[in-house]
Design a protein around this ligand. Structure first.
Ligand code: ADP
Ligand code: TRP
Length: 333
């Protein structure tokens, strides 16, 4: 029996950070042994914000090196660049004919982005979920490992896939579902600025490529408070966020030590931050080293991108053959 299919991607809009790693890429790595996996770099999606050509290419290279440095194995999974698989754009066009203005305008991320950048409400932004659906269903993916913020986009993909099947009386596309490797809810990695998630646009991210000095500086600047005054009191958000990060990167005895100090009102945030910074560095340092050496190996990156595109094309062209047949697009020659 053929393996079930997994697909996911990240837009190349900067360096990968701890949120991307623990929310998404860690799941990719965990899944590659047991599923037929496609992991791609969503460079076309990133065009909605008009990067310069140099920035675009530089970010694609960076994310490719970072995927590999995190442990995505090109011999197990297909790693490709979205723009190398032009079949996706053909499917996107067909899906657009059955995607309606009302449903696209109601999408939360569209509304958010339109509100934040009222001068750049372009058609690509409006149809972002259609392109994302094309990415997913072109491989007839069963699972899509993404963080919580992508839930609505995934629901739209489910809708567009079912609509196509219904419209053409076919069972071509399976229903793509969310996935985390441990079966738990997707985690949300907090930022260090007191509230909310870690994110590129939030400007609060610790990147995998950050140097130890960068990381120490960022962690030492994290928002805290004047300390607990009663034993076992509930932790306010900025403090809980520090503990959440510690839960992700530190050993359990270290976490228990600071938790105990907090509960006895004897915590020194400076000590906790120093420890947290060192534990983050211990985690990121080997990844950082690998990113640097992969970036220096053009030939390796070129081979990965080429082989990934070939594997992706094999799967996508089989789907597109069926799609064209169903729609009635038949060649005369
Ligand atoms: P950013 O928020 O930095 O722009 P993206 O929106 O490009 O990141 O997200 C890429 C992937 O990483 C998505 O699957 C998203 O759900 C996940 N992700 C991003 N930030 C976090 C976070 N703080 N915690 C968990 N997952 C995250
Ligand atoms: N929208 C996703 C993000 O911002 C990136 C993405 C594009 C994606 N196409 C996808 C994720 C298909 C999963 C599947 O992170």
């Amino acid at each position: 029996m053929s393996k079930q299919v997994v697909l996911s991607g990240i837009r190349p809009t900067g360096n990968l950070h701890l949120g991307n790693y623990f929310g998404a890429v860690r799941n990719f790595v965990a899944m590659q042994d047991n599923y037929r996996c496609y992991f791609f770099i969503a460079d076309i999606h990133s065009l909605t914000t008009h990067p310069t050509p140099e920035n675009l290419h530089g970010s694609v290279r960076q994310v490719l090196a970072e995927y590999l440095a995190c442990g995505i194995d090109p011999d197990k999974a297909a790693i490709y660049i979205q723009s190398d698989l032009t079949e996706t754009l053909e499917l996107y066009t067909y899906l657009n004919m059955n995607a309606y203005l009302g449903e696209l305008e109601r999408t939360t991320s569209f509304k958010d982005k339109a509100r934040k950048n009222p001068d750049n409400v372009n058609a690509g932004l409006l149809t972002y979920p259609v392109l994302m659906a094309a990415d997913i269903i072109i491989h007839r993916a069963n699972y899509v490992p993404v963080g919580k913020d992508q839930e609505q986009n995934l629901e739209m993909a489910v809708k567009f896939a079912a609509r196509f099947n219904r419209m053409y009386g076919a069972e071509l596309f399976p229903k793509p579902g969310p996935f985390t490797y441990d079966g738990k809810d997707p985690i949300k990695v907090p930022g260090l600025d007191g509230s909310g998630k870690m994110g590129k646009s939030e400007g609060n991210a610790i990147n995998l490529i950050d140097t130890p000095e960068d990381i120490r500086k960022k962690v030492m600047r994290a928002v805290t408070d004047s300390g607990p005054t009663t034993p076992n009191q509930q932790k306010p958000e900025p403090i809980q966020n520090l503990f959440t990060l510690m839960n992700i990167v530190s050993k359990s005895d270290v976490i228990a030590f600071f938790d105990d100090k907090y509960n006895n009102c004897r915590i020194r945030y400076g000590d906790m931050k120093k420890q947290l910074a060192e534990d983050i560095i211990a985690f990121t340092a080997p990844i950082r080293e690998r990113i640097v050496s992969i970036l220096a190996d053009e030939a390796f990156m070129a081979r990965v991108a080429r082989e990934g595109a070939e594997k992706a094309r094999e799967s996508a062209s089989a789907t597109m053959k069926e799609v064209r047949k169903l729609i009635g697009i038949r060649r005369f020659f």
